[in-house]
Design a protein around this ligand. Structure first.
Ligand code: FES
Ligand code: FES
Length: 166
């Protein structure tokens, strides 16, 4: 640990999208800012920066979190997955295709966070009702689409997966 009059930093090691990363991180830097500014992973967005809009959603040890509410140093020893990692691994490929097919995005600012949240929902609850999808996504704001097409896309993926499981 290094301490200066201006800023304290901490040696931090975390795994980001499968790659071990060690950095000396300012103690007060938020995870979203570390990912974007230090690692260049700009797919996750900083919107409200107050835990409201969901644009900064990432996964930490398999659970979705707000990157603007978690300090980067709190990720020490943990696994962080961003939209880049989930996209490269093709884990969310079906959702991404459904979003394109149903026009579930316009400016795309909210889309990475919504895709990560949707994947978490479908993992925990494979066949959610439309009401449940809306409820689950209530912490992810979209200024453009009116949500209808987003719910359509997620529902379509849920039904396709259910049909394949039969
Ligand atoms: S930027 Fe984190 S919830 Fe809005
Ligand atoms: S597509 Fe623009 S905020 Fe959702």
């Amino acid at each position: 640990m290094t301490s200066t009059r201006m800023e304290q930093t901490l040696d931090t090691t975390l795994t980001v999208n499968g790659t071990v990363v060690t950095r000396r991180i300012p103690a007060r830097q938020h995870l979203i800012d570390f990912l974007r500014e230090e690692l260049g992973l700009t797919g996750s967005h900083a919107g409200c920066e107050h835990g409201v809009c969901g644009a900064c959603t990432v996964r930490v040890d398999g659970r979705i979190v707000r990157g603007c509410l978690m300090l980067a140093v709190q990720a020490d020893g943990r696994r962080v997955d961003t939209i880049e990692g989930l996209s490269d691994s093709r884990e969310i490929e079906e959702l991404q295709s459904a979003f394109v097919l149903t026009n579930a995005l316009q400016c795309g600012f909210c889309t990475p966070g919504i895709l990560i949240a949707a994947q978490a929902l479908l993992r925990d609850q494979p066949d959610p009702s439309r009401e449940r999808i809306r409820e689950y996504l209530s912490g992810n704001y979209c200024r453009c689409t009116g949500y209808q097409a987003i719910v359509d896309a997620i529902e379509a993926v849920a039904k396709a997966r259910a049909a394949r499981a039969r």
